[in-house]
Design a protein around this ligand. Structure first.
Ligand code: GDP
Length: 299
């Protein structure tokens, strides 16, 4: 499946909002319930949530008239209930020192950008951070992180392309300890061409951080691109198994994709959702809010 990761188009987009509009006012019979379930599943919300929404509506209103607005309201409530336990704003300037935060995810998901945004915020808060260009495979990734570092006036540690990422991470943590820094934010590779190589590299980085701090990495944040639709669910599974993901960020929610798959992820995985990305600039990062998310999704 890895070959397919990241290639999906914007699927959950506004399909749900326009799909709901079709319901207008009608009798809540088996056909209507089935149509609603199909719509929710095709919007990536997952079969469980779809069946629960339909089941709850049927319990209260079966064979009675229902309006599109009532369906929207019931759906928004259900989604908020699923997402609420996943709301967890994280304060990176708190906790162990140095706090070691690793960012994982497939290429193009928005890892480097998210690190840049978080670093800019931390700088404003006065935290002393070090950025590590751990995607040593792509010159563009190293350059991009360097630009973010320069912009936020935060040091970036990098090595020439092709260098051993785990070695770089080791040196970075040693430096952070020696200089008594608050945080180490580590970018990692996300190439899909070779899944086992990528995963063993991530495992190696995790092992190296543990050598210097048995509790590290303190955070492993999986960055997901909202526009890949259903593929995001398999990305969570793949990265959770190898890298021990502790939290999620979903990017590109500023476009047509509304991230319906995040509902299926929240249903299946007990993982906090820390932030959402809503653009390419430093300020385009928001703490995840269950209510705001479900409102945007349902329309
Ligand atoms: P990486 O390969 O995972 O490090 O991904 P990048 O950080 O390089 O991001 C890939 C592309 O997505 C870049 O062009 C970013 O500017 C863009 N991007 C990242 N986050 C967002 C977001 O929240 N919204 C939008 N519209 N673009 C984003």
């Amino acid at each position: 499946f890895m070959a397919k990761l990241g290639t999906g188009l914007s699927r959950s987009s506004s399909r749900l909002t326009t799909g709901l509009a079709v319901f207008g006012r009608r009798k809540l019979d088996d056909d209507t319930l089935e149509e609603l379930e199909d719509l929710l599943i095709s919007s990536d919300l997952g079969a469980k949530v779809a069946m629960r929404v339909a089941g709850n509506l049927a319990k209260e209103r079966f064979d009675k008239e229902i309006t599109e607005d009532e369906i929207r309201l019931a759906l928004a409530e259900e989604i908020t209930d699923v997402m609420r336990p996943r709301e967890k704003v994280v304060d990176f300037s708190d906790g162990p020192r140095p706090r070691i935060v690793m960012f994982v995810g497939v290429n193009g998901s928005g890892k480097t950008t998210t690190i840049g945004k978080i670093a800019s915020k931390l700088k404003e808060q006065g935290a002393k951070a070090l950025l590590v260009a751990g995607d040593t495979f792509r010159a563009a990734a190293i350059e991009q992180l360097t630009v973010w570092g320069e912009r936020a006036d935060i040091p970036v540690m990098s090595k020439p392309i092709g260098s051993d990422a785990a070695g770089l991470v080791y040196e970075a943590i040693e430096k952070a300890k020696a200089e008594d820094l608050d945080l180490v934010l580590i970018d990692t590779a996300g190439r899909l061409q070779n899944k086992s190589e990528l995963m063993s590299e991530l495992e190696k980085i995790v092992r190296v951080t543990r050598k210097l701090d048995p509790d590290a990495p303190h955070d492993v944040i999986l960055v997901l691109d909202a526009t890949v639709g259903q593929n995001a669910l398999s990305q969570v599974e793949a990265f959770r198994n190898t890298a021990g993901v502790t939290g999620l960020v979903m990017t590109k929610l500023d476009g047509t994709a509304k991230g319906g798959v995040l509902v299926a992820i929240a249903e299946a995985h007990d993982l906090p959702i820390h932030f959402i990305g809503i653009g390419e600039k430093a300020e385009d990062l928001r703490p995840f809010s269950a209510e705001a998310f479900s409102k945007a999704l349902v329309g």
